[in-house]
Design a protein around this ligand. Sequence first.
Ligand code: NOJ
Ligand code: MG
Length: 596
Amino acid sequence: MGRVTAQSTEPRPLTEPGTVLHPAEAPDAPWWRDAVIYQVYPRSWADSDGDGIGDLPGITARLPYLRDLGVDAVWLSPFYVSPMNDAGYDVADYRDIDPRFGTLEDADRMLAAAHDLGLKVLVDLVPNHTSSEHAWFRAALAAGPGSPERDRYVFRDGRGPHGEEPPNNWPSVFGGKGWSRVTEADGSPGQWYLHIFDVTQPDLNWHNPEVRAELESVLRFWCDRGVDGFRVDVAHGLVKAEGLPDWHGAVGLYDEVVTEEGPEADGDTSVLDHNAGGHAPMWDQDGVHEIYRSWRRVLDSYGRPDRILCAEAWVKPEERLARYVRPDEMHQAFNFEFLEAPWDGAALAAVVESSLRSNDAVGAPTTWVLSNHDVVRHASRLGLDQHRPRPNGIAADDPQPDAELGLRRARAATALMLALPGGAYVYQGEELGLPEHTTMPDEVRQDPTYHHTKGEVTGRDGCRVPMPWVRDAPSLGFGPGDHPWLPQPEAYAGLAVDQQDGVAGSTLELYRTLLRLRRSLGLGRGSFAWDGRTGGDVVAFRSAPAEDGGEVLVVTNTGAAPVALPAGEVLVASGPLGADGTLPADTTVWLRPTAG
Ligand code: NOJ
Ligand code: MG
C-alpha cells in the first residue's frame, strides 16, 4: 500500500451556531448507536473468594449496581486463560476462563444474570497476539523454521552475518525491542519472532488463512454463548506493512513514547504521534479492513438485536479512524482524540466537531470515552498541568494532580460527554470520582511497561486499583480478603459506594442523574447544533432529542470567569451554579431554555 503523510491538525472553523451539524437518529435506530457501556476490569471489580483478585462470581453478584447506575451494557476486559504477563491481554486459550476468574459455567451465569437485568455484555477479543503459552506458539517453537506452525506468527531470520540482529528496528510498545530470538530444537540460536507488546505476546500473522479462520471461530464460540459484542484489542495493528520496513517514528499507544534506545535516549519524551514523519508500518494498514468486513458478516449472521464490534484503534486523524466504522465494518471505535484533548474549550469544541463530521460521513455514531484501564483516570488527568504531554502513570515523585480541581473538571467533562450524541464508555470507578493511585509503592507494580523500561515509565497500575464498595470492610468491600492484588490508596475509603449512595451531590448520584436524564431526554439520539456561546473557554450546544422534540442546551465552562446562562429550567449541573445563576469555572450544565 502507499504511504500516507500525516495530515495537518489545524482545527477547521466550527459549523455556524444554529446549523444542525449532526441530525437526530431515526426512532428505530439499533441499541448500540447511543448505548452507554460500563467497562469492568475483572480483576479489580469484585472478588468473591477473597484471593485478592476480582472474579466472575463477584461480577455477577454486583450486576444490580450497574442496572441501578443506568448503563445499557457492560464490557469485560479479558478473563481468558492467561499467564497474566499483561493482565490477561496475553491469551493462552480463547475458549476458556482463567481459574483465577472462574469457570465457563460462571461466565454463562454472569451472562444470564446480566441479560435478566436488561444489560448487554461485551467481551474483549485479543486478535493481534496470543500468549507465548498458547498451544499454537508452543507448536511453532517446536516445529522449526519454514513450518506451517511458524507461519501463524511473524517469524523471520535475523539480520547480520549470523542472524544476530533483529529483522528490523521496531521497538515494543512496552519498551525494549519488538523482536526476540528463539533457540531452535537443536540448541542453536534461531529465528526471531515479532512482539509489538510484551515478549510473551507474539504477534499473529494475519496473512495466514488459519489465523483468520480461528479468530472467526472464536467469535462464534462467544456469540453462541450469548455475548452481545466484542471490544477488539489493538484493532489497528493486525496487518503490518509489506516487507516489515524499518521505522523511525513513535510506536507508543498510551502516551510518552518509548524508543528502541529507551525513553531518555535523546533526553526527551515526545507525545504520541503514530504518523509522525509518515505512516507507521505496524499500525492502521489498509489490509485490516477486510478482516473486519468478514467479522461483521459473522456477527450479522446472528440476526437482531445486533451484536457489535468496538475498535480499540489509536488512529489519527478522525477521518482515518472513521474507516473502521464504515457500514460493513465495526459498529463503534473509541474516540481517543476526545480522551486526549486538554481541558480547554477550543480544543474540546474542535474534537467534537471533527469527530461528529468524520463519523457522520460514514453513517456511524461517535463513541465517547474519557477513561479506561490504559490511561490516567480523568479525575486525576484533568488535575494536571494541561500544557504538558499526557503521562503514562503518575509516580510519587512526579508532579501530583490537584485532586479537587481534577474531580471538578472530571464531573464537568463527564456531563459534557453524556450529553453528546452517540455512544459512551464509562470506566469502572469513574462514577465514584476515583483518582489515579499516584503513590503506589514500586514493588507492587505489575504493568510490563514499568518493568521493561526499568521504571522510567510508571505505567498503568494506578488506574487498575480494586474498587471501593464499603468504607468499613476488608479491602473496602472489594472482597472478603485483606490483600487486594494492588493496594487501594487512602482516598478510596471516603469515595466508597456506600459513602456516596443516596448522598445528594455525590459523584455517584451525579452519574445516576446524568444517565437517567440522558435516557429520558434521548440525548444520545438527539441532533447537535453549536450554540452561539461557544468560543474561547466555553463549549455550548443544543440538542433536539427525537423523544419529545424539546431542546436542551448544554454549556461547559473550562475557564475561570463565570458564564451567563439564559433563563430556563436547570436539568442537572456537574457542580453548584453561581448565586447569580451563572455557570462557574469547570462546570457543565444541562438546561431547558425558556421559549421565546
Ligand atoms: C490494549 C489493551 O487495552 C492494553 O491493556 C494491552 O496492554 C494492549 N492492548 C496489548 O494487548
Ligand atoms: Mg477472587
